[in-house]
Unconditional design. Structure first.
Length: 94
């Protein structure tokens, strides 16, 4: 697995209207919708926007990421899980 693979899969899953992309043993990228707000005593309004935040504390052992990686690399889901876990473990050490 490479950083490019990781980025591609996260981007594809979020683009497909996923609200959360879980990376097993690492955390989750979560889509947060912010509504418009009045600021400066009602003199200005901020537009609605979408943010992507990372939550390191959330881990539900979802297999969707590994399944997507397995399909991308034409490997078994079990092999994908091992490669993803190994790659994410190396990221944690850095």
């Amino acid at each position: 697995m490479t950083v490019q693979d990781l980025s591609k899969i996260i981007r594809e899953l979020i683009s497909s209207r996923m609200e959360r992309v879980e990376l097993p043993g690492f955390g989750s990228f979560v889509v947060v919708e912010n509504h418009s707000e009045f600021v400066n005593d009602g003199m200005a309004i901020t537009p609605p926007c979408t943010k992507i935040v990372f939550e390191s504390s959330f881990d539900n052992n979802d297999t969707l990421f590994a399944e997507k990686y397995a399909k991308l690399k034409s490997i078994s889901v079990a092999s994908a899980k091992n490669e993803v876990a190994s790659f994410l473990s190396s990221l944690k050490r850095e």
